[in-house]
Write a protein that binds this ligand. Structure first.
Ligand code: SF4
Ligand code: FES
Length: 365
């Protein structure tokens, strides 16, 4: 039993998506449509989440609007008292559907962009015309008066235009832009050699963001998530395992983080067998890395352990085979040298697209 309460829940309504981004945060093994939870089950989960203390619900995917019941789900979440955020590619979303979502109580839209260069944007998305559609969706969201956040994932192919993307987002009327470097697990890890920028590119990007912040803030809020492969210490991933949020997969597994299924050996309880309250408090996966008792050295005796919680469990597992090890992004990790070698290593132009039919990529060196 923990005293902690979750503030947010990510509802991965489906893994279906019109795009095929090679840094997708979905697991490499995607859930099929036939496995997805039905409407009544999602509505029950939203009620349970609100009772548990969740305030913010992120309706995500894949592409959440690929669900034909997205308006009904949004209405149910709003009725449960949750603040609803739609995380969307914007592709396939019409103005009429957005109006219906707003009328159902949608509070906020988070729209992904790939680039300001339309050719590169469509190449990364794996879909011709995606860039144009996203701009139309941004316009429709702002016209409806819904608050808009634009988020961009940064990598080697778009990092040179990081400032352009922030300026372009500001011009749409977005209130916030989240610019986050690729996270290297799952699909991102499979594509690391294609997506990883160079040290020089990262330093130039940091300087560009600092400059554009001076010019544009506070007319737009700029959230910049720096890449931990180029830092001395890791990020406090998830703000600590099992501390603030939970994630429900399309088939109903409840995870402490969206990539947790990449850690072999963890057992995840499902909404079919347990209530969200039981899962949050008692499930083995949520308790596996809560607090600091599970830590090994060097984290165990490190003064930063309550700041970064030892970094990312998924990244630790991907690089070391043991999720209880120190995140190799930390310079104190014995595996840090391998990560730095990868940063200095060769690059490729080959992208492995996230698709259901894609042959399973190799995830470890
Ligand atoms: Fe963080 Fe562990 Fe590194 Fe200390 S040793 S900085 S707690 S990851
Ligand atoms: Fe899973 Fe960091 S992505 S803990």
């Amino acid at each position: 039993m923990t005293d902690l309460l979750p503030l947010g829940m990510l509802a991965e309504l489906t893994h279906r998506c019109p795009l095929a981004c090679p840094y997708c945060s979905n697991p490499v093994e995607l859930d099929r449509r036939s496995d997805e939870l039905d409407t009544a089950t999602w509505l029950r989960i939203f009620e349970e989440a609100a009772e548990l203390g969740v305030l913010q619900l992120h309706l995500s995917g894949g592409e959440p609007t690929a669900r034909s019941d997205i308006v009904e789900l949004t209405r149910g979440a709003a009725k449960a008292g949750l603040y609803t955020n739609l995380i969307t590619s914007g592709v396939g979303l019409t103005k009429q559907r957005l109006e219906a979502l707003a009328e159902a109580g949608l509070d906020h839209v988070q729209l992904s962009w790939q680039d300001t260069d339309p050719v590169v944007a469509d190449k990364i998305a794996g879909l011709e015309g995606a860039h144009r559609w996203k701009h139309e969706t941004a316009r429709a969201v702002v016209e409806l008066g819904l608050p808009l956040t634009i988020n961009v994932v940064i990598h080697r192919l778009n990092i040179a235009r990081i400032a352009d993307m922030i300026v372009a987002a500001c011009r749409t009327g977005a209130r916030r832009i989240e610019v986050a470097h690729t996270q290297y697990y799952g699909w991102g890890l499979a594509n690391r050699a294609a997506l990883l920028p160079t040290q020089e590119q990262v330093e130039a990007a940091h300087a560009a963001v600092a400059q554009i912040r001076r010019e544009l803030e506070p007319s737009i809020l700029i959230d910049y998530v720096a890449p931990d492969h180029f830092s001395r210490f890791p990020k406090p991933c998830m703000n600590g395992w099992g501390r603030q949020s939970l994630n429900v997969t399309p088939r109903g597994k409840v995870l402490p983080c969206h990539a947790a299924e990449s850690i072999r050996g963890l057992t995840f309880w499902t909404v079919h067998d347990h209530s969200l309250r039981e899962i949050w408090h008692d499930s083995p996966a949520f308790n596996a890395f809560r607090g600091t008792d599970w830590m090994k050295e060097p984290c165990r005796s490190c003064p930063r352990k309550h700041i970064d919680f030892g970094g990312c469990r998924c990244q630790a597992f991907a690089w070391t085979g043991d999720a209880a090890n120190t995140d190799p992004a930390c310079e104190l990790s014995p595996y840090h040298g391998a990560l730095r070698d990868a940063v200095a290593g060769p690059r490729t132009n080959e992208l492995i697209y996230r698709r259901f039919s894609q042959p399973k990529p190799v995830l470890q060196d």
